[in-house]
Design a protein around this ligand. Structure first.
Ligand code: TTP
Ligand code: MG
Length: 386
């Protein structure tokens, strides 16, 4: 079975311990390398940040919130949660349940900075990052969007590892084929979790859940559905779409699709255009380096023109190619200075291309510029140039 080591982040076959590093932190799933929609959520976010900054708290039950009469818990660390404290609980009650807890007031400025540091890592994997709050985001890691041709699962394991090492807190991730199921998966084995919901198992797993597990079904809607005798997703799975629409209007169609694990909401990044790119599909597959290079030139010029028009420049040049077997490959290079110049984009793409044009046939080629910024500081004059 396809498997992945969550410590050394290498893929391998079968689900035992990692053959390379011996780690037992292995995720194995038949669809592991076919799924591309992910959701990440930080573990006990505020508390994890406070523990990172004060190692003396590491093994203590920690509650973040304002102490005193009317304070509430924003979050409790996983040690404190064993005794019952939860987000939104009145502080006095949380401290009744866990009298040994250390209480720290929230520091939003710090959490925002941590959130940005995490985001900076996420966008190295894909420009399609949709944040939901400070501590969670969806990622579209499909081949046409991700900035590396490694499988989504590998990128996700690397991100979790990078966030632990560079930011100093743990996250849990979910990998599936749509937003609804990716989010459901990320919540499954917190903290430091990695779980997968594949196409083959989704409908069966959903069947066992209450309707409230469906995205968009809050307490009020669940109560309304219960009044109509519908409590489980398996009941919804047996109902005809027309019946659900008759009972719940447009929302009925949503219920019909979600119950079957179908959710086609796109992942929408909160920041506009993270990259500017252009690509072309050949009429006949091409394999000669010279032909591939010739196809790149007008694309690089178009990208530069679009950057110029928008007053933008980019730090990273991305080369994308689709092989004749439809496998998509992307290569990128981060420049020392952002650029908006066609010749620099072209030269960089060319050196990326030279490593790939080894006689294989390609059906598509594209070039883009990512890590966009204002064009004002792009392409500083070369002191030693002509
Ligand atoms: P969550 O992701 O819901 O919770 P969490 O990260 O603390 O714990 P986990 O995901 O491991 O279950 O929320 C993220 C942060 O948002 C949380 O650390 C504190 C804040 N928050 C509140 O201030 N009030 C709340 O009621 C909730 C739920 C969260
Ligand atoms: Mg969280």
């Amino acid at each position: 079975m396809p498997a992945l080591c969550r410590d050394c982040c290498r893929p391998f076959k079968s689900g035992d311990d990692c053959p390379r590093c011996g780690s037992a932190r292995v995720i194995a799933h038949p669809e592991l390398f076919d799924l591309t929609i992910a959701h990440m959520d930080c573990d006990a976010f505020y508390a994890s940040v406070e523990k990172r900054d004060n190692p003396a708290l590491a093994d203590r039950p920690l509650i973040v919130g304002h102490a005193g009469g009317r304070g509430v818990v924003t979050t409790a660390c996983y040690i404190a949660r064993k005794y019952g404290p939860r987000s939104a609980m009145p502080m006095y009650k949380a401290l009744e349940l866990c009298p040994d807890a250390v209480v720290v007031p929230p520091d939003m400025t710090k959490y925002k900075a941590v959130s940005q540091a995490i985001r900076a890592l996420l966008v190295q994997a894909t420009p399609l990052v949709e944040p939901l709050s400070l501590d969670e985001a969806y990622l579209d890691l499909s081949p046409e969007h991700r900035l590396s041709d490694r499988p989504a699962a590998v990128l996700l394991a690397r991100l979790a590892r990078a966030i632990e090492r560079q930011v100093g807190i743990t996250i849990s991730v979910g990998l599936s084929y749509n937003k609804f199921l990716a989010k459901m998966a990320s919540d499954r084995n917190k903290p430091r979790g990695f779980s997968v919901i594949g196409r083959a198992e989704a409908v069966g797993q959903l069947a066992g859940l209450p309707v409230a597990a469906i995205w968009g079904v809050g307490a009020a809607t669940a109560a309304r559905m219960e009044a109509a005798g519908i409590t489980t997703i398996s009941q919804l799975q047996k109902m005809a779409e027309a019946d659900l629409v008759a009972r719940f209007g447009k929302f009925g169609r949503h219920l019909f699709l979600m119950a079957r694990g179908e959710d086609n909401r796109p992942i929408i990044p909160d920041r506009p255009a993270k990259s500017v790119s252009n690509e072309t599909t050949f009429r006949h597959d091409m394999h000669r380096p010279a032909d591939l290079l010739a196809a790149l030139l007008p694309l690089a010029e178009k990208v530069a023109a679009r950057l110029g028009k928008a007053g933008l420049a980019g730090h990273t040049v991305v080369l994308k190619m689709k092989a004749s077997d439809f496998r998509v490959l992307t290569r990128n290079h981060r420049l020392s200075e952002p650029t908006r110049r066609a010749d620099i984009i072209m030269r960089t793409a060319q050196s990326l291309l030279e490593r790939e044009a080894d006689g294989r046939a390609f059906r598509l080629i594209g070039v883009g510029v990512a890590d966009l910024c204002s064009g004002d500081n792009a392409d500083p004059p070369d002191l030693f140039g002509p």
